[in-house]
Design a protein around this ligand. Sequence first.
Ligand code: GCU
Length: 340
Amino acid sequence: MSKKSLAMVGACAAAAALTLTACSEGMGGDGETGDILRFSLNQTEEHPSYIALDHFSDRLEASTGDRWSIDIYPNETLGAQAEALQLVSDGIIDMAVVSGAQLANLNQDFTVYNLPQIFEDVPHQMEVVNEPSSITTDLFTSLEDSQNITVLGGLTQGTRSVYTTFGPVETPDDLAGKKMRVQESSLNIAMAQALGASATPMAFGELYTGLQSGVVDAAENNEVSYFTQKHFEVAPYFTYTNHLVGLDYVIINTDTLQKMSDDDRELFRQEWAETWQEHTDLWEEATQEAVQGAKDGGATFTKIDTSRFDDRLQKLADQSITTDFQQALWDDARRQTGQD
Ligand code: GCU
């Protein structure tokens, strides 16, 4: 049995345990009988993504007169993001949040929005991905034929920084010989190396134990995940390397989206627009609360001069663009900063 089939069996078993009954049929219905969109999320119920998506469900139900609603399964209940991606593609579940790293494994062009230094800040990122130009729309529909996946838009991951079990890091030299957990993609492996560490790809849900047991010495993420996943308990040194404004995507099975009536699809898109805006509004406060919560739990937050990291990351960004389409995506995003 292939690795992929094994992952599917595991995920279907998890789904069955949750009395999701249709492991061989699509879950999205025709919107006539009150259809429920099964949604996989790897965050906790305290995370802004869960809160905003939960409100998405409430509003969708109200605006479509109960024809459509969303059931969110948080905490990797339906599997890690790699499995969730496959389940959406196969129509076993309908929707998921997946990090840019996961989509880059299906289409390298997604790497561009994962590059260090493409987005100035969260508002710039949200404008590029949620008020999409035609080239961004081409990217977001690029998986429809091959994977049956449509990208609805993005939720920010805020700015990602490094945290460790052993102490603050001032320069890339401090990470030499250290193992850093990364998301599972070639760009993320190269990024850890650019930061000075050696890379260990690992699913998000395995990271707490990975840090606790010493399988890895470091990781990188935003303050919100650092706190809500309790990583501060086992890696109490957070250093502001600010190496990436990270991006999550909300994806939906293309057949499910097509099954909606035109009116319901329009309502769905309108409620989605409210959702990413609410998520962005929640983000800053959640970040402040996370920092305070982690400090209360004993973590330290260190600000540094990031120039030695920045130089290496700029080189990585330059090397990672290899096609005209990728260059056009980069140029289009940078044009929206008004600076390049
Ligand atoms: C962030 C992001 C997740 C991602 C995680 C990771 O928390 O929101 O979607 O899975 O980082 O590093 O794996």
